[in-house]
Design a protein around this ligand. Structure first.
Ligand SMILES: [Zn+2]
Length: 288
């Protein structure tokens, strides 16, 4: 994959590389200092403590490691380029086909661990999208793992990962995530997993739709081997592959992302048609 036009804007980018949040206990010296200051100022100390708690709910203390602030810089530039490209593509599709306003999500890069409105995140979780704060979180070291542990090499393999997460944002804006969440707690775990698989397969399809339009809008140029590279990533992160790798067998009922074959099918369909109306993974018998 080659860039024809790369958008390097950092307007929707939050760089937390080299920073990590360590939870500190509430109370102790900090609170005593506040109480003393409040008394000196003639304020109600309890009100002051309450205010502090409201301002810093997690009482997290930020640790910085400047030596890691620019870690994986090349991967950051690439990922930000894909992220911006995906937002530009979706802005256009929303405007022309959905008559709906597209709101950009935020890309957050971090090292080792960070916090999100969906809870704490560690590198072990892998890249994810949090619907509550509309941010995509990624520890860029994941891409080294994608190559070494899953054998997914090449630029389109990495681009697919980012485009998939932006696909979840599209689902959030279109209300698909809310619809799936409505059923949570009302249906069996097996049914819930089945719905989650459809949600994931649709994000794969939307990643494919990005590839189609990013080429058409002169942002990227595909090269020989790119499709195979992306397919190796969809295959590598298929639940059956991961489960076989970690447990030696696969358990269909607990699949939450879909099999390698399903993920490849939907990604390829999006990439070949570029047509959002063909991505109804919930009702399309396809390979489901
Ligand atoms: Zn996903």
């Amino acid at each position: 994959m080659k860039w024809i036009n790369r958008n390097d804007s950092e307007a929707n980018f939050e760089d937390r590389r080299g920073r990590s949040n360590k939870k500190a206990a509430v109370g102790g010296i900090g609170v005593i200092v506040i109480v003393v200051i409040a008394l000196l100022l003639g304020q109600n100390p309890f009100q002051a403590v309450d205010m502090v708690n409201r301002v810093a709910p997690g009482q997290s203390e930020e640790l910085t490691d400047p030596s890691r602030a620019n870690e994986n810089e090349e991967l950051k530039v690439f990922t930000l380029g894909v992220f911006n490209s995906a937002n530009d593509v979706w802005t256009e599709i929303f405007r022309t086909q959905l008559r709906h306003n597209y709101v950009n999500p935020t890309l957050v890069t971090f090292t080792d661990e960070t916090v999100s409105e969906c809870g704490g995140a560690s590198a072990a979780v892998g890249p994810f999208y949090c619907p509550a704060d509309e941010k995509m979180y990624i520890d860029l070291n994941f891409f080294h793992q994608l190559k070494s542990d899953f054998g997914a090499k090449g630029d389109l393999a990495m681009a697919y990962v980012t485009a998939h997460e932006v696909g979840h944002h599209v689902q959030k804006l279109l209300g698909v995530i809310d619809q799936v969440n409505q059923y949570r707690g009302q249906i069996s775990e097996t049914e819930q997993n089945r719905l989650n698989v459809k949600l994931e397969l649709q994000a794969d399809f939307l990643a494919g739709v990005w590839v189609y339009h990013a080429q058409k809008m002169n942002m990227i140029l595909l090269e020989p081997g790119d499709l195979e590279s992306a397919i190796s990533a969809t295959t590598a992160v298929g639940d059956d592959t991961i489960q076989k790798k970690s447990m030696g067998y696969s358990v269909p009922d607990s699949f939450t992302h879909g099999t390698a074959e399903q993920r490849t099918y939907w990604f390829r369909k999006g990439m070949q048609t570029g047509d959002i109306s063909q991505g109804d993974t919930f009702n399309d018998p396809g390979l489901n």
